[in-house]
Design a protein around this ligand. Structure first.
Ligand code: NAP
Length: 274
């Protein structure tokens, strides 16, 4: 039986605004219980001003956590030591404390990589990929796709300036291209890294003139997103953002506790198919 929090319980928290919809406490607490770790994971809504103090205080007290919209860039500047993925993407979504310093990293990159492994082909090596969006999720996707060895990554965003900043963040590698409009073309993989699909009335992120061999939606909703449903109905293998959510959480668990997370337990708690 779980004895509940004690004087030795460590605190892990998701910091963001809003956080009330988050599934992270559900699957992280299931993982902590299964692994027999005396810690709790909560979601704390906080302002940008409060973020640095809150993050550092939790970490220095022996805990850690995650950071979500809109604080991933502020978090980057609040930590003492950055992991490679956080430096490359310019965003921090996981933090903790080790060797006398508060560290920050970006496990969304590993989240995208894990989600790609669940699609046919298991990686984007050699693929032509279309990424719609240029925010934090898109930067994590581009980082994972570059690491996977995608042959071409075409980034399209509503605001062209943000797409240009994304390309600059990665020092304009030759395989990364940006366009103002989605070119009518055929891609091996299309990735939705916009927030389109979160709300029921949202338009689809891509029109019917774009064809893709596989689809990865980073958005997740209680039911599969309309885009994923449509792609599957057309016979295209497609995954929504649940697998990325699970995999970024698993990567954070590894960083916090230096051990393998109970992935099956986390998967069941999230209700994601194996
Ligand atoms: P963000 O930094 O705020 O970026 C939002 C992106 O969506 C921007 O590219 C924005 O374009 C675009 N966008 C928003 N409304 C649009 C519209 N009406 N038409 C066209 N484009 C629109 O957010 P983010 O952190 O990248 O997250 C994006 C989504 O990814 C989130 O909504 C979330 O659902 C998902 N996500 C999932 C996970 C996961 O674990 N599965 C992790 C992180 C994020 P502009 O630049 O033009 O505004």
């Amino acid at each position: 039986m779980n004895p509940g929090p004690t004087a030795r319980t460590r605190l892990f928290a998701l910091l963001g605004d809003p956080v009330g919809h988050s599934l992270s406490p559900v699957f992280q607490n299931a993982a902590l219980r299964a692994a027999g770790i005396n810690a709790v994971y909560v979601a704390l809504r906080c302002s940008t001003d409060a973020l640095p103090c809150l993050l550092r205080g939790i970490a220095e007290a022996g805990g850690g956590g995650n950071v979500t919209v809109p604080h991933k860039e502020v978090a980057l500047r609040a930590v003492d030591r950055l992991g490679d993925a956080a430096r490359r993407t310019g965003a921090c979504n996981a933090f903790g404390f080790s060797d006398g310093a508060v560290w920050g990293d970006n496990t969304d990159v590993e989240g995208v990589r894990g989600a790609l492994r669940a699609l046919p082909g298991s990686s984007a090596a050699g693929m032509r990929v279309l990424v719609v969006g240029a925010g934090g999720a898109a930067r994590a996707a581009v980082c994972a796709l570059l690491d996977d060895g995608a042959a071409e990554i075409m980034v399209v965003n509503r605001s062209a300036d943000r797409a240009r900043r994304l390309a600059a963040q990665f020092d304009h590698p030759p395989s990364l291209k940006i366009a103002e409009r989605v070119p009518a073309d055929t891609y091996d993989l299309a990735v939705n890294a916009t927030s389109l699909g979160l709300r029921a009335g949202d338009p689809l992120p891509l029109g019917p003139d774009v064809r893709a061999g596989a689809a990865l939606d980073l958005v997740y909703t209680p039911e599969e997103t309309r885009w994923v449903r449509g792609m599957r109905a057309d016979g295209v293998p497609a995954a929504d953002g649940h697998e990325m959510l699970l995999q970024q959480g698993a990567a954070a668990f590894r960083l916090w506790f230096q051990r393998e997370p109970p992935l099956d337990v986390m998967r069941r708690a999230l209700g994601v198919g194996a």
